[in-house]
Design a protein around this ligand. Structure first.
Ligand code: FAD
Length: 587
């Protein structure tokens, strides 16, 4: 069966920070560009980012881009690619000033310059002291950024297909990417979007965990589509747990709270981070703080009836500062924890927050995959940026505020690469006869199969499995059991069906299609984590507590078709400066 075809120069899947930044480049260049989004663009998950965007502006204290680079390499536990990290940190000041000029309403210091606050892992002179590097709009930085970028796109006449869901990638016989299939949610109609270049900016996939700071829409669609089309997924064992999710609810309390002076306490009222990170204490990197909190809880020093969380105390900085700098956090605490942080400490636990891995790209935003002896051959016509991509600047652990920076730096870089590619492209390449067959077979299975599995139940089983077997603490046995369990869940996903055939709502269809993506991400996560026999960044194994640079300083690549792993080297050589040699990661 054939589908209606719509034709473009460029298709961008995702209307968050990364997608919108790329779209702006393309629209301004006069290319026929469409942005698809499952939700209205300004409801994309970027809107939830609280604490800030990093740039070594030095507005509060002396700062330098190479100190930012050092912190990012160290934060990544030496798994980040140093060429991409130099590219990003060098461009950070320019990227933030550009946002300011677009109208992003940053907070200000007295001199009128952009306000900057301290954040976990941000230091001066290679770890000597904490530095103010996070540029913030109160505790609603992502909201301000997303609205600014959206308005600029409206001005540049970008086309939006709102509430459209991309379903599968279309590749031709040469392996080039030449479009996607997509569902218009309102009507249920499916189309082929035929293009010269496709960018995935589909955000994170935190919904593979039962407890997550991520929105319900973060189902890893870009990764699922790429994996089904034969593209490997990189470094999927590395998931960041944010130290301060509201206990019981998972909603995020930004690190900016600790940046403004908040401290973590155990049941004895002890500021325990002084023991784990004597120099920067509560502002150590996220994985370090998360593990310290898990250790306190594990050893019986947790707070509450079940001793299952710790406390984040902020009242000592004063009501005026809390109301001025952290209004959203106060609101969240009142709504989700029933306490006012002006008077009482907030109950917090580590919660799944950010995916360091993703679709492999270089720092131009081009998707790369191994071919023959070359581990990084460009997949023509295919680009990725933002949380769904792995450039890899975050390596084994992302520094807070480096994601918003990643979106604008690599969104723009991907846009520029696409413009160059499209300039020399000529006519659209012909669509293969079977371009939509795979998508149509998936849809047909969901609607016609009988006696299959219930989507909601299988999704919950998937989330429970990942939460229990790929959390903050990992052991060989736990991971092995997790791999077996998630493979069993995958068998069930392949047999899901929409149960009530008399009334097939598009929401039911969408949840079922999202599950096909969640399972790709969950399989990649558990299989990659089980294989890595060391502790690095967010991947902490009780059986292999040390980092092992001799054997494991390499990126994992997971292939969905045969659930195979291969590895590729870390880019140790920066673009212009000296290699930052591996060292023990202490704060
Ligand atoms: C609570 C919270 C606070 C955070 N705070 C900070 C912070 O202070 N600083 C920082 O640097 N980082 C922060 N982060 C991380 C950062 O916000 C995210 O990594 C980043 O915003 C992701 O942006 P994105 O553009 O990649 O994706 P998103 O903003 O998530 O956008 C994804 C887009 O893809 C679309 N999409 C997905 N699948 C499909 C599909 N199949 N078809 C069509 N469209 C699709 C969605 O509709 C959406 O438009 C925070 C994260 C969370 C969860």
């Amino acid at each position: 069966m054939s589908l209606p075809v719509r034709r473009f120069d460029a298709v961008i899947v995702g209307g968050g920070g990364a997608g919108l930044r790329a779209a702006l480049q393309l629209s301004k260049a006069g290319l026929n560009t469409v942005v698809l989004s499952k939700v209205f663009p300004t409801r994309s998950h970027t809107v939830a980012a609280q604490g800030g965007i990093s740039a070594s502006l030095g507005n509060v204290q002396e700062d330098r881009w190479d100190w930012h680079m050092y912190d990012t390499v160290k934060g990544s536990d030496w798994l980040g690619d140093q060429d991409a990290i130099e590219f990003m940190t060098r461009r950070a000041p320019e990227a933030v000033i550009e946002l300011e000029h677009m109208g992003m309403p940053f907070d200000r210091v007295e001199s009128g310059k952009i306000y900057q606050r301290p954040f976990g892992g941000h230091t001066a002179e290679h770890g000597k002291r904490a530095v103010e590097r996070a540029c913030a709009v109160a505790d609603r930085t992502g909201h301000a950024m997303l609205h600014t970028l959206y308005q600029q796109n409206v001005r540049a006449n970008t086309q939006f297909f709102v509430e459209w869901m991309a379903l599968d990638l279309i590749r031709n016989d040469d392996g080039d990417v030449i479009g996607v299939t997509a569902l218009e949610m309102e009507t249920g109609d499916v189309y082929i979007l035929h293009a010269k270049a496709v960018l995935f900016a589909t955000g994170g996939a935190g919904r593979i965990y039962a407890s997550s700071t991520n929105a319900f829409m973060n189902t890893g669609d870009g990764l699922g589509m790429a994996a089904r089309a034969g593209i490997p997924l990189e470094d999927m064992e590395f998931w960041q747990f944010h130290p301060t999710g509201v206990a019981g609810a998972g909603v995020l309390i930004t690190e900016g709270v600790r940046g403004e002076g908040g401290i973590l306490l155990n049941c004895d009222g002890e500021r325990f981070m002084e023991r784990y990170a004597p120099t920067v204490k509560d502002l150590a990197s996220r994985d370090v703080v998360s593990r310290a909190m898990a250790m306190e809880i594990h050893e019986g020093r947790g707070v509450g009836k079940n001793k299952d969380h710790v406390l984040l105390k902020i009242d000592h900085i004063g009501a005026e500062k809390i109301i001025e700098k952290l209004p959203g956090i106060r609101e969240i605490s009142i709504q989700f924890a029933g306490i006012d942080p002006i008077k009482d400490p907030i109950p917090v636990v580590p919660t799944c927050h950010y995916m360091m891995g993703g679709i492999p790209t270089n720092y131009h935003g081009e998707v790369v995959a191994p071919k023959g002896d070359n581990p990084e051959v460009v997949v023509k016509g295919f680009y990725a940026a933002g949380e769904c991509a792995c450039a890899s600047v975050h390596g084994a652990n992302r520094l807070g505020t480096n994601s918003l920076l990643d979106l604008v730096v690599f969104g723009k870089a991907a846009g520029d690469s696409m413009i160059e590619f499209i300039k020399n492209y000529g006519d659209l390449k012909p669509l293969p006869e079977n371009a939509a067959d795979f998508t149509l077979a998936r849809l047909s299975r969901l609607e016609n199969q009988t006696g299959g599995e219930n989507v909601d139940e299988v999704r919950r089983e998937l989330q429970r499995t990942v939460q229990a077997h790929a959390g903050v603490f990992r052991t060989d046995a736990l991971l092995k059991e997790g791999v077996d369990k998630i493979r069993a869940v995958a068998q069930k996903v392949a047999k899901t069906e929409i149960k009530d055939k008399s009334r097939v709502w598009n929401t039911a269809r969408i949840e079922a299609l999202e599950l096909d993506n969640l399972i790709e991400v969950a399989l990649a996560t558990l299989i990659s984590a089980e294989a890595r026999k060391e502790s690095r960044g967010a991947h902490a194994s009780d059986d292999h507590p040390e980092r092992d640079d001799d054997n494991w300083m390499k990126h994992t690549l997971f292939y969905s078709a045969d659930q195979r792993l291969t590895y590729k080297p870390v880019h140790t050589q920066p673009l212009t400066v000296d290699y930052i040699k591996p060292a023990k990661r202490v704060y």
